[in-house]
Write a protein that binds this ligand. Structure first.
Ligand SMILES: Cc1cc2nc3c(=O)[nH]c(=O)nc-3n(C[C@H](O)[C@H](O)[C@H](O)COP(=O)(O)O)c2cc1C
Length: 189
């Protein structure tokens, strides 16, 4: 399996409006692949304008926020590049699509990595951040997973949150789990 880097990808819509989506970038030699499921705004934007910016962050509230409908996170312009980055990015990568592999479910956009720029230090791994990212992914796949798997995964992830979270991670965890729990309440037992 290839290495996948979880990040927040900015694309730009037809009216110039930026769009944020948490996505996993798939490493493929010197290229990175963006693989959005159909239908999605990221996919439509990339088909129209083949540029994206990947923001690498440690504020996991942004990842959870995006999957819970909050997408108004501050952006910063990228000099000489059409697609902004998250202001909170520790680093960003400028990605230009060089090839599009069609697929009815999940097309793959092969990107040339034009530039990677650092903005703030990376201060080490944190288990609660990783747990929040997992919970955010769960929150986007609720209709596809059996309830037992959701309950088991949440219970396991909670351990890392209880042991290693700071206030930012706790806030993000609470937001992700609130979304998941409100979905589960609508489901028959
Ligand atoms: C950490 C993380 C990684 C994700 N990776 C992908 C991905 O590789 N492809 C995808 O289609 N959705 C992925 N998702 C779900 C998308 O973020 C979500 O469906 C989003 O709404 C994309 O659709 P949009 O472009 O219409 O906003 C991921 C979500 C999270 C939290």
């Amino acid at each position: 399996m290839p290495m996948i880097r979880e990040c927040v990808v900015t694309t730009v819509g037809p009216m110039g409006q930026p769009h944020l989506a948490p996505l996993g970038l798939i490493e493929d030699g010197e290229h990175w692949i963006i693989a959005p499921f159909r239908p999605s705004t990221t996919l439509a934007n990339l088909e129209a304008a083949p540029f994206a910016t990947a923001s690498f962050i440690d504020d996991v509230r942004i990842i959870v926020g995006c999957v819970c409908g909050r997408t108004d996170w501050p952006l910063a312009p990228v000099p000489g590049w059409s697609t902004p980055r998250l202001a909170a990015a520790l680093s960003h990568a400028e990605l230009e699509v060089i090839r599009n592999e069609a697929d009815p479910k999940r097309p793959r956009f092969y990107c040339h990595v034009r530039k990677i720029v650092s903005h703030a230090p990376f201060l080490g791994f944190n288990r609660a951040q990783a747990a929040v990212v997992e919970a955010a992914i769960l929150a986007t796949r609720l209709g596809l997973l059996p309830r037992e798997k959701i309950d088991t995964e949440l219970a396991y992830l909670q351990i890392a949150v209880d042991k290693t979270a700071g206030p930012v991670e706790r806030e993000a965890w609470d937001l992700a789990t609130a979304k998941i729990k409100s979905y589960l309440q609508t489901q028959p037992d």
